[in-house]
Design a protein around this ligand. Structure first.
Ligand SMILES: [Zn+2]
Length: 219
């Protein structure tokens, strides 16, 4: 059993984190979980890639937490399975060949500048050069000079996702930050922004995985 004290970045709240193993279960099937105590009022469970987390108020006893975990055993095991399945799917995706990526880049060069033109007029901003890349971590970027970069793997996503990234980067021509003002401009021109951003958050890692090989600028 490990005890450690962590502090969540920036907010200065200390949590007491303790590693536990569920005792009242058949041999070998005990669920490992981490207990994070804080000023919250109720207990909550989370199954994450790095394990099971129980969030609990300070006043709850270890036995109560153990009971909470045991009573949600089925739910936890189901979610661990789903998690494993998802991880397996990601590791099984077929990587794109160099030619595939070239093709996506050509397609992106046909589609993206037109979308940029369209939305730049709506937002009322100018922009510089448009570059298409095969990046591992970013979908788009906007430099201080207004040069725009877009990831060619966006061509594997629905067109609305492409628009959401284009609008995001172009709105940085007005606001070089992610402030409330920035997002209100994003939502003004693209009201479905959060829906498609969520899509990209969910499916993006898999797309990035497919494009993973050593190239950078390709168009
Ligand atoms: Zn941004």
């Amino acid at each position: 059993m490990k005890k450690e004290k962590i502090s969540e970045a920036g907010c200065g709240i200390d949590y007491k984190v303790v590693m536990k193993k569920e005792k009242n279960s058949e041999a070998g099937c005990g669920i490992d979980y981490k207990v994070v105590r804080s000023g919250r009022k109720t207990m909550a469970l989370q199954v994450r890639g790095d394990g099971v987390v129980v969030r609990a108020p300070y006043h709850v006893t270890d036995a109560e937490i153990e009971g909470f975990v045991s009573s949600h055993r089925k739910w936890i095991l189901k979610h661990i399975d789903l998690m494993k399945e998802h991880a397996k799917q990601i590791s099984e995706v077929t990587p794109l060949t160099y030619e595939d990526v070239q093709e996506l880049a050509n397609k992106a060069m046909e589609i993206i500048p037109e979308r940029v033109r369209h939305y730049a007029a709506l937002i009322g901003v100018t922009y510089g050069r448009i570059t298409i890349r095969n990046q591992r971590t970013r979908w788009g970027s906007c430099s201080a000079k207004g040069n725009l970069n877009f990831n060619c793997l966006l061509m594997l996503a629905p067109p609305e996702v492409v628009d959401s990234v284009v609008v995001h980067e172009l709105c940085h021509r007005k606001e070089m930050n992610h402030s409330e003002r920035f997002y209100s401009e994003v939502l003004r021109v693209f009201p479905d922004y959060w829906k498609w951003t969520e899509w990209l958050k969910r499916n993006g890692p898999e797309l990035m995985k497919r494009g993973e090989f050593d190239t950078d600028t390709i168009a």
